[in-house]
Design a protein around this ligand. Structure first.
Ligand code: G1P
Length: 292
């Protein structure tokens, strides 16, 4: 039986230059979609899937993320004194249990693979979840919850994938598939990071959610820089495909790339329209704006 992942890794060291000046003093992961920071959506998705330890790979200027996932003692004491129990409830999902959040710094921006490698000592010799928080995935059931079901059936490594228009493949990691297990699950035979459109093996892209075995760290350790001169996680996974099973899973849900202005704005509109407490007030405003 496959060991159940207990920890999730969140690389959050990126500079967020696409959102300057907003990200001059505020980490891009703390920008809000409706009323929650982008990072909290990924953390809640992992918690829903049964994860109980959250590992953040941070960098300079990211202290607000540590404060966010901590007990805000003065705030909670003030809310309690004022009898604001509903507001105290709102804070709970951003307060992991004592000792259940770890922070490690990626000192230099050497790539996603390097960021993941920085978490090796905290993850240890266990399978783990990896979430790229920019990719906000919204659906009835969390993407990680769906992936865990695949993992329980097959073990190995599970990668969330989705179809994109062929002209967009060069922005992502792209997978090559082989055997089909069900409509959403295939075995992966290859991958390529940021291929030219004509070299892409498919239009199924890696969507920023992974379940990985700890052997990935040894591959990352000796990896040479790849696409964009960066240490690429995809290249380490390519090495591991020769030794372990990799499964692609086409999840149910919609992805919003919050690292991009249009994706971020779309996430705000879509999630506001899906929120029972806001939708009825927001919809007529949004419709009016579109008519202008
Ligand atoms: C990273 C991964 C890529 C994946 C993408 C999803 O790229 O390297 O394989 O498809 O995230 O957002 P990045 O966006 O960091 O360039």
């Amino acid at each position: 039986m496959s060991r159940k992942p207990r920890k999730a890794v969140f690389p959050v060291a990126g500079l967020g230059t696409r959102f300057l000046p907003a990200t001059k003093a505020v980490p891009k992961e703390m920008l809000t979609v409706v009323d929650k920071p982008v990072i909290q959506y990924a953390v809640e998705e992992a918690a829903e899937a049964g994860i109980d330890h959250f590992v953040f790979v941070t960098g300079r200027g990211k202290g607000a993320i540590e404060d966010h996932f901590d007990l805000a003692y003065e705030l909670e004491a003030t809310l309690k004194a004022r009898g604001k129990t509903a507001e105290i409830e709102l804070l709970k999902p951003s307060r992991p249990a004592a000792g259940a959040a770890s922070f490690v710094r990626q000192q230099e921006p050497l790539g996603l693979g390097h960021a993941v490698w920085c978490a090796r000592d905290i993850v240890g010799d266990e399978p783990f979840l990896l979430a790229l928080p920019d990719m906000l995935i919204h659906g009835a059931s969390g993407c990680f919850t769906q992936m865990m079901e695949v993992y329980e059936r097959h073990g190995g490594n599970v990668i969330a994938v989705e179809e994109v228009p062929h002209e967009h493949v060069s922005r992502y990691g792209v997978v090559a598939l082989n055997e089909k297990f069900d409509d959403r699950t295939h075995s992966i035979t290859g991958m390529v990071e940021k291929p030219k459109r004509e070299d892409a093996p498919s239009n199924l892209i890696i969507s920023g959610r992974y379940i990985l075995q700890p052997e990935i760290f040894a591959k990352l350790e000796i990896l040479k820089p790849g696409a964009g001169g960066e240490i690429q996680l995809t290249d380490a996974m390519i090495e591991l495909i020769a030794e372990q099973d990799f499964y692609s899973y086409r999840f149910e849900g919609t992805t919003y790339d919050c690292g991009d202005k249009i994706g971020f704005l779309s996430a705000n509109v879509a999630l506001a329209l899906s929120r029972p407490d806001i939708a009825s007030k927001f919809r007529p405003v949004a419709e009016l704006l579109l008519k202008q």
